[in-house]
Design a protein around this ligand. Sequence first.
Ligand code: G3I
Ligand code: 9MR
Length: 574
Amino acid sequence: MNRQILCAGLLAASLAQAGEIAVNQVGYAPGAAKIAAVPAVEATAFTVVDNASGRTVLRGRLGAAARWEPAGQDVRLADFSRLARPGHYRLHVDGLPDSPPFIVAADAYAAVNAAAIKAFYFNRASTPLLGVHAGHWARPAGHADDHVLVHASAAGPGRPEGTVIAAPKGWYDAGDYNKYIVNSGITVYTLLAAWEHFPAFFKAQKLNIPETDKSSGGLPDLLSEALWNLDWMLAMQDPADGGVYHKLTNKGFDGVVMPAAATGERYVVQKTTAATLDFAAVMAQAGRVFAAFEAQRPGLSARMRSAAERAWRWAQAHPREVYHQPPDIRTGDYGDDKLDDEFAWAGAELFITTGEARYRPDLETLAISVPGWGDVKGLAWVTLSSNRRKLGENDSVVVKARIMTLADELLATWQASAYRVGMRPQDYNWGSNSGALNRALMLIQAYRLKPRPELLAAAQALFDHVLGRNPLGQSMVTGFGAKPPLHPHHRPSEADGVEAPVPGFLVGGPNPGQQDKAGCPVAYAAAQPALSYLDHFCSYSSNEVAINWNAPLVYVSAALQALTPGAPSTAPAR
Ligand code: G3I
Ligand code: 9MR
C-alpha cells in the first residue's frame, strides 16, 4: 500500500470515528434557536457556509466538549441562532465532513407538516387511494370492515358472540392493519388540539386529500382527515349500553402484504374502561370542534357530545374493566390498568365542552406528566390550559402552575444536557421519537402561557433531534432530510413494490429494549439508548410507524411554524 492511500485510509477511519456534524436536516425558521451537535474534535471554531457557493456567511466558536450520557459520546455545540437570512446552508468544522445541507425559511416546516398529516390519509382503511391524491403510493382499498364479528370477550345480550357489525373507515394503527381505540384517542386529540390552538395555520393548508364524504365539503383538510377516524370510532360504541370496544383486529398480525391482500376475519374485542374513557374524551373535544361546522355536517357535533356522555356513564358503571388479551388474539394490546388519568382526561373534556361541574376532575390531586397512549393526564392539562376563560380564578392559577412545573423540569433536563436536547437515557424506549415530540408539545403549552424564549428553544431542540440532530445523523421522518428512514416497519411501504417508503411518517426511534433483535438479520448500530436504532423492516421496536407518533409531529411542526418569532431571539443556548 502506498503512503498516500494509507494516509487517506487513516483519515477516513479517524473521520468515521469522530462522527458527523448533526443538524435539523429539514431546516429552521429564521427566528429559531439553531444548534448543531459536533463530535469532540480539536478545532475550536465553526463556519456556516452558503450551500451553493461555499461562501462563509457566519463564524462562531464551538462550546467545550462534554459527555452526553444517552449516547456515551463527547459532543461540542455550535450555536448559529444568529443565522436568520433565508437560504440553503451547511456547517463546516475543520477535520470533519460538512453537515448535511439545511434551509432557513419562513415556511421551513410547512412541507413536513403537510406530509405528516397526509401520512394519515395513506393509512386509511376501507378506501382506495387514488393516483390523483396518492401518486406513487396509490393502492386499492383494504379492509372494508363491514363484516366484523363480535368476539366472545365482547359479547352481551344485545350482541351475542358472532354477531356481525360494520365499523368501516379509520386509520390502520401503524405498520399493522388493526385499529385500536386507546391509541386513536390520544392521536385524534392531538390533531384536534393542533386545530384548536393554531386554526389559521390549518385553514390555509391544502393537502390534496379527498373529502371524507360529499357532505363534508368545506371542512379544513386536517378536520376532514380526523373525521375519517372519528366516523370509525363512533361505530365502535355498543349502541346497547354506550361501552366502547377496545380494538377491531385480526386474530394475529397480517403477513407482509398490501391491505387489499390482507383478508383475514376481523373482530371487535372486549369493551374496556380505558377505551371507553378515551372515546368519551375525544368525542367531547370533537363535539366542541365540529360545533363550528354545523352547516357542513348537520347534527354531528350533538351526536358526538351525546356519544361522549353515554360513554362516560358506562365508565362510571364499569370503572375497572381492564383489557385482558384473550388467548386466541395476538395483536397489540394497549393494555393499561391505571385508569385515574383516563377518568381525569375524559372529565376535563366533558367539563370544558358541557360546562357541567360534575365532570370537573379534582385539580388539586391531579398530577402532570408528558402524555403517551398509556398516560393521558397531560392531555387534561393541555385542554384546561387552553380554556382558562371557562375556569374559576383558583383553577386557572392551579393549571398555570402545573404546566409551568412540568416545563421547568423539562427545561432543566435540556439545560443539563451536553447535547442540549431534553432526553435522558431512560427516555429512550419504544416510540422514543414521539416521547421527544410530546415533551416539545408540553413545553409549547408553557410557551403559550408565558412566551419565554428558552421554552421555545427547548421545544425546537427536541424537534431538531428527530429531524437529524442526533448521533445517528438520521432524520426520523420518511421522505424528509438528507438521511431519512428507508425501510420502516410499515407493511404497505414494504409490500408495494415502490422503492421509496410512504412519506411523512415518523418512525419509533432509538429503543435500547431492542425487542425485535432476535428476528433481525443485521445488528443495531449500538447498545447505547440514543444509538439503539435500526433502519430495517425487521425492526418493529425501533423502526415502525404509528398514528400516535405522527400526531405530535403534526402538532409540533405547526406550533413551531406558527409561534417562532420572525427574528432570532436572544435566548442564550447555555
Ligand atoms: O411502562 C414500562 C415502564 O415502567 C418501564 O420503565 C419501561 C422499560 O422499558 O417499559 C415500559 O413499558 C413499555 C410500554 O410500551 C409502555 O410504554 C414496554 O417496555 C414496551 O414494550 C411497550 O411498547 C409498546 C408496544 O406496542 C408493545 O406492546 C409501545 O408503547 C406501543 O406503542 C406499541 O404499539 C404497537 C401496537 O401494539 C400494535 N401496532 C403497532 C404499535 C407500534 O409499535
Ligand atoms: O408487525 C407487528 C407490529 O405492528 C407490532 O408493533 C409488533 C409488536 O407487537 O409485532 C409485529 O409483528 C411481529 C410479531 O410480534 C413477531 N413476529 C414478527 C412480526 C413482524 O413481522
